[in-house]
Design a protein around this ligand. Structure first.
Ligand code: CAA
Length: 257
């Protein structure tokens, strides 16, 4: 077992998770996916945490993909389980996480690494970041949700081009493609993520979680996003946050959630 492949720092209501396998460019293996899953489960119920930032250790990579050494000998069934378990334990789990998850893309985000960033709610990148889904060069396709989420973010045409060529794009092109929300100098990346997290933390956590659920519903073909929005809207009424938010407005003061 590898020690400390995930560093966790909780400070000022933000959980900073740093994937820590720098020699393997933070490639996602089974152990790291399990550790992330366990840590996120704890954070989900931790009242002291309002948002999560995920980044990679070292200067070179966010995450260079699923660990190729781990799956190189897999057969079809094992390949299918790899994708299914990973999607369930980490990628779908993050997408549906009730607290905002921000990807701080500090270098290479390739394959499963870009898929991890795309499962996060918001992506900020360093000017050195490089992104792509190069799986077809390995004889496979993206298996951690990349064929779906890339098309949702950049559109079908650009997703098809990126996935079929396996081309790696830089941060500015990713911004152009709307694959990332913003690009910063690498030394400012984490502080910019924290700044964003603090802005979010001023608002109602309950309402934020309802907003995440409603937005995600619009991308789930088994759900009617408008219906989910109506129900989530209704569920906010009468909550402590609703009482505090509306009272603060009427009393001309800032809410204290
Ligand atoms: N899995 C396992 N190990 C990896 C890795 C990965 N995805 N990416 C990098 N590494 C390892 C390398 O093997 C190397 O280890 P050794 O020193 O033990 O050989 C170390 O990290 C440093 O990498 P490089 O020497 O290759 O560094 P570089 O600067 O020359 O190249 C790179 C950097 C362009 C990111 C290159 O490492 C690379 O192309 N990595 C693979 C990217 C990739 O194909 N990702 C997709 C993986 S498949 C996937 O993610 C499937 C899925 O959707 C579920």
């Amino acid at each position: 077992m590898e020690a400390h492949n995930l560093l966790v720092k909780i400070e000022n209501s933000i959980a900073l998770l740093t994937l820590n396998r720098p020699k393997q460019l933070n490639a996602l293996n089974h152990q790291l996916i399990n550790n992330l899953n366990q840590e996120l489960k704890k954070i989900k119920t931790d009242k002291n945490v309002k948002s999560v930032i995920i980044t990679g250790s070292g200067e070179k990579a966010f995450v260079a993909g699923a660990d190729i050494k781990e799956f190189a000998k897999f057969n079809r069934e094992e390949g299918k389980s790899l994708a299914k378990n990973g999607q369930k334990k980490l990628f779908d789990f993050i997408e549906n996480f009730p607290k905002p998850v921000i990807a701080a893309i500090n270098g290479f985000a390739l394959g499963g690494g870009l898929e991890l960033a795309m499962a996060c709610h918001i992506r900020l990148a360093s000017n050195y970041a490089k992104m792509g889904l190069p799986e077809v060069s390995l004889g496979i396709i993206p298996g951690y949700g990349g064929t779906q989420r890339l098309a949702q973010l950049v559109g079908k045409g650009k997703a098809l081009e990126m996935i079929t060529t396996g081309r790696i794009i830089d941060a500015n092109q990713a911004l152009n493609y709307r694959l990332v929300n913003n690009v910063f100098e690498s030394e400012d990346l984490i502080s910019k993520c924290k700044e964003l997290a603090h802005q979010i933390a001023k608002n109602s956590s309950n309402a934020i979680s309802a907003a995440i659920k409603s937005i995600n519903a619009g991308f789930d073909s088994s759900l009617n996003g408008f219906e989910v929005e109506i129900n989530s809207f209704g569920s906010c009424f009468g909550t402590d946050d609703f009482i505090e938010g509306t009272s603060a407005f009427l009393e001309k003061r800032k809410p204290n959630f």
